[in-house]
Design a binder for this molecule. Structure first.
Ligand code: AR6
Length: 165
């Protein structure tokens, strides 16, 4: 599997599936969730999400990509950072693992991930990046290309460092 760090907007990625940093209600929101809903088409995506009946933290569920180039959106719910001793690391790892499992069920060969939980949910970027890379590398999957999409330069550098070491 190829894992690449990319700096940019996840909604512009030409991949089979983009992962969304969603909330348990799958109700849309700010950050990358807001950007994905706008780019996919808010009304259609909202309707598709409502049919899924929510999603537990650490889990992931798919909808079509609608207006995105990507064929699917995999909605993963990351943990809110609450100091680090509330199981956050396991829950964040579970998001990456479950997203790859869902990608395999869909037959997606290329998947783009945002830095789940590191925005509104407050997860420290460095620890989150390490969990992202470690979990993707250690999860058995048919996915051939993973893009780790960093919205900011600091996150991009973290990914580059982890991927080159
Ligand atoms: N493309 C790629 N990355 C982005 C984009 C984008 N267009 N926009 C933001 N990021 P966040 P969370 C980065 O807050 O912390 C929502 O309201 C951002 O810089 O989107 O998991 C949901 O509905 C950060 O590094 O997600 C939930 O309620 C990363 O994406 C809640 O926020 C994640 O930031 C989830 O919070």
């Amino acid at each position: 599997m190829d894992i690449d760090a990319v700096r940019g907007d996840i909604t512009a990625q030409n991949v089979d599936a983009v992962v969304n940093a969603a909330n348990q209600a799958l109700a849309g929101g700010g950050g990358v969730d807001g950007a994905i809903h706008r780019a996919a088409g808010h009304r259609e995506l909202q309707e598709a999400c409502q049919k899924l009946g929510g999603c537990e933290t650490g889990d992931a569920k798919a909808t079509p990509g609608f207006g995105l180039q990507a064929r699917w959106i995999i909605h993963a719910v990351g943990p809110r950072w609450r100091g680090g001793d509330k199981g956050e690391a396991d829950l964040l790892a579970s998001c990456y693992r479950r997203s790859l499992e869902v990608a395999d069920e869909l037959g997606a060969k290329s998947v783009a991930f945002p830095a789940i939980s590191t925005g509104i949910y407050g997860y420290p970027s460095e620890e989150a990046a390490r969990i992202a890379v470690d979990t993707i590398m250690s999860t058995p999957t048919q996915v051939e290309v993973v893009k780790l999409v960093a919205f900011d330069e600091a996150t991009y550098r973290l990914y580059e460092e982890l991927l080159s070491s």
